[in-house]
Design a protein around this ligand. Sequence first.
Ligand SMILES: [Zn+2]
Length: 410
Amino acid sequence: MEVKFERLKDNINTLAQIGRQEDGGIYRMAFTPKEQEGREWLIQQLKLANIPSQMDGALNIVGRLENDSNRTKPAILIGSHIDTVPNAGALDGALGVLVALECLTRINEENIQTSFPLEMIAFSDEEGRFGGMFGSRALSGQLNPGILEEATDLDGHALKDVISALGFEPYKALDASRLSEEIKYYLELHIEQGPVLDVEELSVGIVTDITGLFKWQVQLTGAANHAGTTPMELRKDAFMGLADFAHEIPRILDENGSEDSRLTVGNASLYPGSANTVPGKVEFSIDSRDVNLEVLEEIKTACRKTLSAIARRRGLQFDFNEVSVIEPVACNEAIKKSIEANAKKLAYDYKLMPSGAAHDAQMMAKIAPIGMIFVPSKNGVSHSPHEWTDWHHIEKGANLMLNTILDLSK
Ligand SMILES: [Zn+2]
C-alpha cells in the first residue's frame, strides 16, 4: 500500500503558504493568528478525510480513527508540530503532521480495520516561543500551573495572555495530559536537520536515540585594566580564560565523550568590551549533547574541572548556572525493528542514527514507547527558507511510515 503522493505534495505546498512572508520565509510562530490559521486548515483537512478531530486544552490538534472493535484499546499516535521558528522553511514539523494525515487518510479510504485506534497529532509550540515542546509537554503530563503562570516570550508577552487573546482558556492546557495506558506508541517523521543522510545519499534514517543536553551560562571574572599599562604577567584577563577553555574542548570530548558527543560555545560577551581595556569579565554559553546520560554527566564534570583549573591558573573567578537539562531517550526496540523490516521490504537504503535535535518524541517518551523516521535535509539546512528535502525522499519516508503504522497496528 502506498500514500497518494500528489495529495501529500499539495498539502505540503498549501500549508507552506500559511504564514509565508515576502522574504520567502514562513512565520507561523506558536500561538500567533497564523499558527491558529494552520490549525483551522488542518481541522478542515481532517474533516475532508472523514476523520473526527478535536483540539485539546494545550491547543494540540488530534484526529482519531477508531472502530467498534478497537475503541477501548490504547492508541498509536503519529505526529509532530505545525508551529515554526521565524523565517522558517516548509518542512520542519509540518512534514511529520502531513505525513500522519496522509497515512490515516489512506487507511480510512481503504477501510482497513486496525487493532488499535490511530491518532494524528499536531503539537503546539514545539519550537520554543515559550520554552519549547509545550503541547507534547502538556500531553505527557509535564506541565504545571507555575509554568503557565510564568512563561513569557523574548518580547515579554505572557503565555497565558497570548492564549487568551486567541480566545482560549490557558489553564485548560493542564487538562491535555493523558495516561500512558491510553497510548501504545508514539511515532514521528521529521527532517533530519543535519547533513548525514544528504551526504550519504540515503532516503531515510531510523532514529536510535534522541540526544540529551545540558546548557550552562558561564562567567569568568578577572580585572578590567588598561591595555597599555598593565603588563601581560599581571593581568587577570577573562577572555584568555575562555580561549583556554575553547582550546580544551577537543581534549574534553576525547577523554570523556563518545562519537555522538557535541560541545559548543555559541555565545560570548566580553566586558567592558572596549578595544583598549583588558576584559575583566566574560560570559559565555556551553551547549553539550550526547545520547548517553552518563557520558553527559562525565562531560559536565570535565567542564567544571577544566574551568576551575583555568580560573586558578589565570587568577579568575569561575561561576556558572545550569540553564537547562534534557535527558536523552532511546527509541523503542519493537518500533525500530518494524521500521527497519519495512524499509527492507520496500527496498529503501537506510541508516540507523541518533537525533542531534530535540523533538516532541522526547517528551512523549515519558508516557509511551517512541520511534522516529528521518528524511534528509538538503545540505543539512533547517530553520531557514532554504530548508528542503527532495520529493522522492519525502515519498519514501511517507510510505515507510504508512507501512510501519499498518504493521504496528495489526
Ligand atoms: Zn521540528
